[in-house]
Every structure is written in structure tokens, then in C-alpha cells.
Design a protein around this ligand. Structure first.
Ligand SMILES: Nc1ncnc2c1ncn2[C@@H]1O[C@H](COP(=O)(O)OP(=O)(O)OP(=O)(O)O)[C@@H](O)[C@H]1O
Length: 305
């Protein structure tokens, strides 16, 4: 079994009468990219802040790199990098200068700073001050800053928030590169579920401060339903054919679309039967239920965005 990097047991945090976190227990092992998913106000930032030691929890325990007492946790937190919302970037300095300031507090050398700038696609920003950076550039610099201390465990709170698809893809590539090349373990939060599905190896779903499910990428693939999607000229005309084939579990979506949920039926068989009955099929294939829909089911239809 790989090493446990973070283990929380029954973590609870109240703000007045409001429970921002209720009995949250999670386990993150080395090499995982753990995606923390939840709607606005679900408790994602509160949880991350608790791990970072930025807020006190009411009850529960936090174990980091096997340490759980105050002194041990303090030491263990040195192995973490974090970008909680916006880390402190100096707006009047360049990207390189920002990294140099961080490195001066005890961290990497100039060569590593150059490497980080290249990795984050910031090497050509030259004399440009951070205050003139785009949001994407700032987000990437924020991640670079967290790497200056050579962390083993990275906590990223909504690193793709507000970015366009190209910016999101860039962050995704960086995270995958960090995991592959440096063996980092990552805890990342987002409400962009489909986006997270391209990087996360494990998921924790927070809903009203509770961890309602914890599952792996493979479990999601199994559980999110597959179905056969048929696009055809006349959906009504296809009904008797499906009945003849003893297919009972299907939905007529509209005049040109039918979804069949019995995926033990071969796609080719259905296609052949429809074509033989003179019903033109324009498209037929197996579709995976979108991750977004899967989580909507789990949270009782409440939007996560
Ligand atoms: N300092 C605070 N004082 C009072 N209530 C707070 C405080 N911080 C957070 N909360 C409340 O705790 C709940 C969880 O907030 P949190 O910021 O952790 O959610 P989140 O999942 O990170 O959401 P978002 O995506 O909006 O950041 C919210 O209802 C929020 O209003």
C-alpha cells in the first residue's frame, strides 16, 4: 500500500450555528490527484484551510505525513505547497522577481526558478509586472510560487476558476506534468466537474459540508451509466422493432432520438434491425453519462455551479 499523505477523521467546523464541515473523513495516498467537488459554499475552501492550519477545527483529527500533534503537523506542513484562492503575489514585480522573493525565504536556486518559469509557460514574460498579467498567467505564477519550497503535496483551491478553455487546459497539463515528473500528490478543488475528470484519479464529493461520496476514477466509469444513443429518421417507427427485439429499457427522447439502456444488446444488431425495417439511422453509438449528470444525481439534482 502506498503511503498515506493526508488522513482526516471526523473533521467538523461550525461558523455560529452553521456547519461548514460536518464529520469529514478522507484519505489521500501518495501519487493521487484528489478532486474535491462541491457547489459554492459546500465547504471546499474551509476544508483546505483546515488542512493548511489556517483555521482551527471544532472536532476531528488531521494527520499529515503521519503526523497529528501540533508540533508534528507544523513540520509536516513544510512539505506542502498551497494556493488558497489567491496566494500573495507582488503586483509591482515580474514573474521571475516574485519567485526570487519566495526563494529568498529558503527554497530553490536560480536554475530551478528558470525551470519553473518555463514549465509554467511564463519564461517570456520578461519585465512585465504581475499587475499587467492575465488571470491565467497569474494562476500559473501562483502555482509556480507554491513549488518554490519543493513540496511533496500540493493544495490547489479552484486553480481554473474564471479561466477560458485554453487556460483551463494549460493548468491541467501543468498538474499532470507535476505528478508525472515530480511525483507530487495533489488535492484540487473545483466545481467544473467535467474538467476535473480529465486529471483527478480520485474524487470526494462535498455537499453542505458533508463528504457524501469518495470514489476512484474507475468507480465513476463503472457507475456512470452507459447507454446506446440512436439518431434516426423516425423514432416512432422504431418502437415496434425494439419491441420485437425484446428491448424494454429505452426512452424516446424526441422524434429523431432514442436512448437504449440495455447495453447488453449489440449496437450492430439494433442498427441492422432498423435498417432492415427501412428506418434510416444517421448515428448510433454507446454514450457515457456525463460526469456532470452523475454528480447531479448524487446531490439530488442540486447544481454544483
Ligand atoms: N469566516 C467565515 N465566517 C462565517 N461563515 C463562513 C466563513 N467561511 C466560510 N463560511 C461559510 O461556510 C460555508 C462553506 O464555505 P467555503 O468557502 O468553504 O465553501 P466552498 O465550497 O469553498 O465554496 P466556494 O466555491 O464558494 O468557495 C459557506 O456557507 C460559507 O458562507
Amino acid at each position: 500500500m502506498t503511503e498515506i499523505i493526508l488522513k482526516t477523521t471526523g473533521v467538523t467546523k461550525k461558523y455560529g450555528q452553521h456547519k461548514a464541515l460536518a464529520d469529514v473523513s478522507i484519505e489521500i495516498r501518495r501519487g493521487m490527484i484528489y478532486g474535491l467537488i462541491g457547489e459554492n459554499g459546500a465547504g471546499k475552501s474551509t476544508f483546505m484551510r483546515a488542512i493548511m492550519g489556517l483555521i482551527e477545527t471544532d472536532t476531528g483529527t488531521i494527520e499529515l505525513f503521519g503526523q497529528h500533534d501540533t508540533k508534528g503537523l507544523q513540520q509536516a506542513r513544510r512539505k506542502m505547497g498551497q494556493s488558497i484562492e489567491m496566494p500573495a503575489l507582488y503586483p509591482e514585480l515580474t514573474a521571475r522577481e516574485n519567485l526570487q522573493v519566495q526563494a529568498a525565504n529558503g527554497g530553490v536556486d536560480e536554475t530551478e526558478i528558470e525551470r519553473l518559469l518555463t514549465m509554467m509557460n511564463l519564461a517570456t514574460t520578461g519585465r512585465k509586472h504581475v499587475k499587467n498579467f492575465s488571470l491565467g498567467m497569474r494562476q500559473r505564477l501562483a502555482i509556480a510560487v507554491t513549488l518554490v519550497t519543493n513540496p511533496e503535496f500540493l493544495i490547489l483551491d479552484e486553480p481554473t476558476n474564471g479561466l477560458d478553455p485554453a487556460g483551463i487546459a494549460e493548468i491541467r497539463e501543468i498538474i499532470l506534468q507535476l505528478v508525472n515528473e515530480r511525483g507530487l500528490t495533489v488535492l484540487i478543488s473545483s466545481h467544473l466537474l467535467n474538467e476535473l475528470s480529465l486529471v483527478a484519479t480520485h474524487y470526494g464529493i462535498l455537499h453542505h459540508g458533508r463528504l457524501i461520496r469518495e470514489l476512484s476514477k474507475e468507480q465513476i466509469a463503472q457507475e456512470s451509466q452507459q447507454y446506446i444513443e440512436i439518431e434516426l429518421a423516425d423514432a416512432q417507427a422504431a418502437i415496434p422493432i425494439l419491441d420485437q427485439m425484446q428491448i424494454a429499457d429505452y426512452t424516446v427522447v424526441d422524434a429523431q432520438h432514442i436512448n437504449v439502456y440495455q447495453h447488453n444488446q449489440a449496437v450492430a444488431q439494433i442498427n441492422r434491425a432498423l435498417v432492415l425495417a427501412d428506418i434510416a439511422v444517421t448515428r448510433i453509438g454507446v454514450t457515457q453519462q456525463q460526469l456532470e449528470d452523475y454528480f447531479l444525481n448524487l446531490t439530488g439534482g442540486e447544481q454544483l455551479v
